[in-house]
Write a protein that binds this ligand. Structure first.
Ligand SMILES: [Zn+2]
Ligand SMILES: [Zn+2]
Length: 263
C-alpha cells in the first residue's frame, strides 16, 4: 500500500505527502511548519511518524517550513548539494545528522520507499523531480518545469500516478498584470509548464498506459483550476481517452489538501 496526497500545491506554497505503513515522507515544505503539520493531521497522519523531508529546489514556495519541521520533529532534510548551498541560509540551523545530501540521478532508500531524483529544467541551482517506488507501484512528482524534453519524458513515463505541473494559461499570462521580464521568465525554457504543454504531455502518457494524473503548481494570477482541468480533459478526449473511466484526473488545490490516493 502506498498513499499519496497533495497537501498544498501552487505558486504560493507546495507540500506533498507520500507514505507506506512504515515510511512517511514530505516532498517540499513551502508553507509554515504549522500549516503543513495541521494538513498532515487532517489526512490521518501523525507528524511524529514523519521520516524525512525531500526538497525539489530552493525556491521559497518549496522550502519555507522545512527548517522548522526538521527541528520540531527531528527529521532529516534530503536535497542535492547545490540545493543545500542555495537554501541553507534560509532554513536556519539544521542538525548535521539531519542534513542529507543526495546525487541527482542516483536512487536511494528511505525506509521501504525507493527514491530517484531526476533533473528538471528550471531556474534554480539544481532542481529535481522525484520517482518513488514502493510495493510494486511507481509515483512521480514533477513541477517547476520550463519545458518538456525526451529525457524528462522518460522519467515521467510508466507511472501509476503522476503529479505534473500545469502552471499557467499562456493567454492569461500574456495579458495579465506581471511585468514583461517575469512573463518571459515563466514562459522561458527554465520557467514553468503551461496548461497546454501539460495537457499534451498527459494525453501522450495516457496513451502509453499511465492511469492517474494530478495537475499541480497552478498559478494564482494566470490560471483557474477549471481551465487547467478543461485543457487536459480536451486533450484526452481528442484521443478518445475517458476521464473517470480510462484515467483519473484531479487538480491539486493551492489552499486545501487534495484527495488521498491509495495505490
Ligand atoms: Zn515552485
Ligand atoms: Zn521554482
Amino acid at each position: 500500500m502506498i498513499k499519496f496526497c497533495s497537501l498544498f500545491s501552487g505558486s504560493s506554497g507546495n507540500a506533498l505527502f507520500i507514505g507506506t505503513e512504515r515510511t512517511k515522507i514530505l516532498i517540499d515544505a513551502g508553507l509554515s511548519g504549522k500549516r503543513i503539520l495541521e494538513a498532515l493531521c487532517s489526512i490521518g497522519e501523525n507528524p511524529a511518524e514523519l521520516s524525512a523531508i525531500l526538497i525539489s529546489h530552493e525556491h521559497v514556495d518549496h522550502v519555507r517550513g522545512a527548517g522548522i519541521i526538521s527541528r520540531k520533529q527531528d527529521i532529516p532534510i534530503y536535497a542535492n548539494e547545490r540545493t543545500w548551498n542555495a537554501m541553507e541560509y534560509g532554513l536556519g540551523p539544521v542538525k548535521l545528522e539531519n542534513r542529507v545530501c543526495f546525487s541527482t540521478g542516483e536512487s536511494f532508500e528511505i525506509g521501504d520507499i525507493c527514491v530517484r531524483p531526476f533533473s528538471i529544467p528550471h531556474d534554480a541551482a539544481e532542481p529535481v523531480g522525484y520517482n518513488f517506488f514502493a510495493g510494486g507501484r511507481r509515483i512521480t512528482t514533477a513541477t517547476d518545469i520550463g519545458h518538456m524534453n525526451k529525457e524528462l519524458l522518460s522519467y515521467i513515463e510508466g507511472n501509476d500516478l503522476l503529479l505534473l505541473e500545469s502552471n499557467h494559461d499562456v493567454e492569461m499570462l500574456k495579458v495579465g498584470p506581471y511585468p514583461w521580464s517575469l512573463k518571459k521568465r515563466i514562459m522561458g525554457d527554465h520557467g514553468h509548464l503551461s496548461n497546454e504543454m501539460a495537457a499534451k504531455c498527459i494525453a501522450y502518457l495516457a496513451e502509453r498506459g499511465c492511469r492517474n494524473f494530478i495537475l499541480g503548481h497552478l498559478s494564482h494570477e494566470n490560471n483557474f483550476p477549471e481551465l487547467a482541468y478543461q485543457t487536459t480533459l480536451n486533450a484526452l478526449t481528442e484521443k478518445q481517452i475517458v476521464v473517470g473511466g480510462d484515467v483519473s484526473l484531479e487538480v491539486a488545490g493551492r489552499d486545501r489538501t487534495g484527495r488521498v490516493n491509495i495505490l
